[in-house]
Write a protein that binds this ligand. Structure first.
Ligand code: HEM
Length: 412
């Protein structure tokens, strides 16, 4: 089969309002099927859970290196296509295979392991508290823009050991990237420049932070490699964590199983976050792979050079899954699987849980205003485009400074 005009579309208003019809059409076409993922951009998408695991755990057949993308090399992908931001090759672990991937990922995993989870929760609570202080007097807020999108960026600025002035610039640049508007390319360049300055700074005055640890790691990454891995880590970390927080909150506010139970504490929050990983995977369609040679996946032809995406979202709601699995079962693919499985699941969980607990603790009378919004546009991320809420206005207390250079680990 080759791509044609009537393929399911993983972009546009209809997909943002309700992605399920597109996933149903893909499932009907097979365990892996063609979709249009942006105007004029075609890919195979895996919706079957078993087929997805088989692909993700077969690096001998499937590569992550998008320089193998035949349509891109042939100039058939529009040069301003929004999917290029995440699919075009960059020299970081996400696009690396084999020994090079193990070298880069090993270094990052060792550094992530040095983050003290207790401190990470504390940093998140402080930043969440400051954001809430800021919006509390109004009595209403749009929590996607005013809370979920910003909080992970503030936490990452601390994880990276950013001094306050650089942190503010980095947060602005990342915001530009997230909004994916016309300034997105300039914002990405600004962000890379901030990371370059940060690495330069950390070489002369290291601290107990991810940037210094990565520079100092025995795998011997050079300065440019450190900037590239940090770029990937912040991009891969902040946007899905924001989506996870937002979808968790939306579930707590709108789903009758949770609604009215907002003060029930951490068990309720944890349960909602686990459910999101099955039913509204923050990475909706990602884990882009390329067959190294023409092959078959569960009897479907997979030509070399074609991007194959895993639908983390559709595999979580695959009707062929055994019934009664329960949302606390961890066999979902929201974190992916195989060598590129997310290396930061516990850190992401600490941030998301502390974020929601702080919000519900401070604004316990939070209520949604209006029906749930459609999703953000685009194939990769799944989260509400907006989260309008109202609550009793609170007077601001004295908040801590917005960008505190908080320690995240033991020693430099
Ligand atoms: C602290 C927050 C996070 C950090 C630092 C982080 C970091 C990363 C990094 C560096 C990778 C690339 C791994 C590799 O290629 O070997 C990755 C992959 C991935 N992450 Fe995360 N992540 C975070 C949160 C999340 C969240 C909340 C989700 C969704 C629930 C998520 C889903 C994924 C997925 C699906 C992949 C696989 C991507 C692929 O194969 O192309 N991550 N993450």
């Amino acid at each position: 089969m080759t791509p044609h005009a009537s393929l399911p579309r993983l972009f546009g208003d209809a997909f943002a309002t309700d992605p399920e019809p597109a996933y149903r059409a893909l499932r009907t076409a097979g365990p892996v099927a063609w979709a249009e993922i942006a105007p004029g951009v075609y890919a195979l998408v895996v919706t079957d859970h078993r087929a997805a695991v088989d692909l993700l755990t077969d690096p001998d057949t499937y590569s992550k290196d998008s320089r193998r993308w035949a349509a891109l090399t042939a100039g058939q992908v529009p040069p301003d296509s929004p999917v290029l931001a995440l699919m075009a090759h960059r020299p970081n672990l996400l696009y690396a295979d084999g020994p090079e991937h193990r070298r880069l990922r090993g270094a990052l995993e060792d550094c992530l392991a040095r983050i003290d989870t207790h401190r990470l929760r504390e940093i998140t609570r402080v930043h969440a508290g400051n954001l809430i202080e800021h919006l509390a007097p109004a009595g209403h807020a749009e929590l996607m823009a005013q809370f979920a999108d910003v909080l992970p960026l503030l936490v990452f600025a601390d994880l990276l050991g950013c001094p306050p002035s650089l942190a503010a610039r980095m947060v602005d640049a990342c915001h530009g990237i997230i909004n994916a508007d016309l300034g997105a390319q300039r914002a990405a360049a600004d962000f890379a420049a901030c990371l370059g300055e940060l690495v330069h700074l950390k070489k002369t005055s290291p601290g107990p932070d991810l940037s210094s640890w990565l520079l100092d790691h025995p795998h011997g990454l050079n300065d440019t490699e450190v900037v590239d891995q940090l770029f990937c880590t912040v991009g891969a970390g902040t946007i899905p964590t924001a989506a996870w927080i937002a979808s968790g909150l939306e579930l707590l506010l709108h789903d009758h199983t949770y609604a009215g139970n907002l003060t029930a504490g951490s068990v309720t929050v944890r349960r909602a976050l686990e459910q999101v990983l099955w039913t509204r995977s923050p990475m909706a369609n990602f884990s882009v792979h390329f067959a190294r040679h023409d092959t078959h996946l569960h009897r479907v032809p997979v030509p070399a050079g074609v991007p194959v995406l895993i639908s983390h979202a559709a595999t979580g709601t695959d009707p062929a899954l055994p019934t009664g699995l329960g949302h606390d079962n961890r066999s979902h693919l929201a974190w992916s699987a195989g060598p590129h499985r997310c290396p930061a699941t516990s850190q992401a969980g600490a941030i998301a849980q502390a974020a929601l607990e702080t919000l519900l603790d401070r604004l316990w009378d939070l209520r949604p205003t209006g029906a749930p919004a459609p999703n953000r546009p685009g194939p990769f991320h799944q989260c509400p485009a907006a989260l309008h809420v109202a609550f009793r206005p609170r007077q601001a207390d004295n908040a801590a400074p917005a960008h505190s250079a908080t320690r995240i680990g033991g020693t430099a």
